[in-house]
Write a protein that binds this ligand. Sequence first.
Ligand code: UDP
Ligand code: MG
Length: 319
Amino acid sequence: MLSVILPAYNEEKMIRKAAAAVGGVLTGAGIAYELVFVNDGSKDGTWVEIERTAAEDPHVAAVCFSRNFGKEAAMLAGLASASGDCCAVMDCDLQHPPETLVEMYRLWEQGYEVIEGVKHSRGQESVLHRASAGMFYRIISKAAKIDMSRASDFKLLDRRAVDALLAMPERNTFFRALSSWIGFRTTSVEFDVRERTEGESKWSTWSLVQYAVKNIVSFSTVPMQCVTVAGFFVLLLAVVLGIQSLVKYFSGHAVEGFTTVILLLLIIGSVIMISLGIIGYYIAKIYEEVKGRPRYLISRKIDSSIRDGERGKSKAQNI
Ligand code: UDP
Ligand code: MG
């Protein structure tokens, strides 16, 4: 069975449409499915709509948050309460085309475990939005060491990948990047972002900035290392300026006492900055430990038959 997770925040007009559209496409393709709506503390009638849709459609399951916890939390809650052999996550504003789900499902049937939806086109956006999104993705791609420029939250994951994600103890998750981080047999499917038909985007510019900072910080410790690099530049400057002031001092051109001040300032400045960098490095290590990511993930394993006390051919075992 395929579980489709649909996070919804103030989407009262979209619930019924999404259930009908996704349900229609999946029924048409002969795929057994359930729809898991996650009401992320909506302030409008989203939950009432979900209840109504669930009463009419036996495929619909739902989770309701006590307040708005954000899309990341909503997606994970949906994955946690999904019971399918594979789970897909998609926006319930139908900007992710339901037809692509079928394509993803077929790839899953072929044995892929993580099927990423990548944006073929980004739909209509303002120039500023596009530029800042571009910058964010460049930084995060470097940090996560994965090309994220066309990544989206539209994905289909095998049960093993879902369980691996859910077992991740870290609090600040970045679903898009984590789903690549866990590995597994991965492939991607391109899709065109559609226009939103009802309601409006839930992302203000400020919330996007917060989102970017939060995710860069939760995936990378590079910003912390900037201090160290800056410290070395200051040290370099210190050496050059130091030599210059010493030359002036010995050739008798320096103002009385000024050389000492310059030298002290430069040396202390660079030592402080480099020390901060070193402390930062340890904090980065602590941070990585605290995140508690597993050291590795195993996707499958073969036990030797001798271990079971029986000789002969080894059997593949899925864990
Ligand atoms: N969403 C959510 N919680 C939030 C914000 C958004 O669950 O705090 C859901 C929203 O209902 C939609 C999806 O996340 O299904 C994508 O949101 P939106 O369409 O506003 O983002 P955009 O498509 O503009 O990136
Ligand atoms: Mg949208």
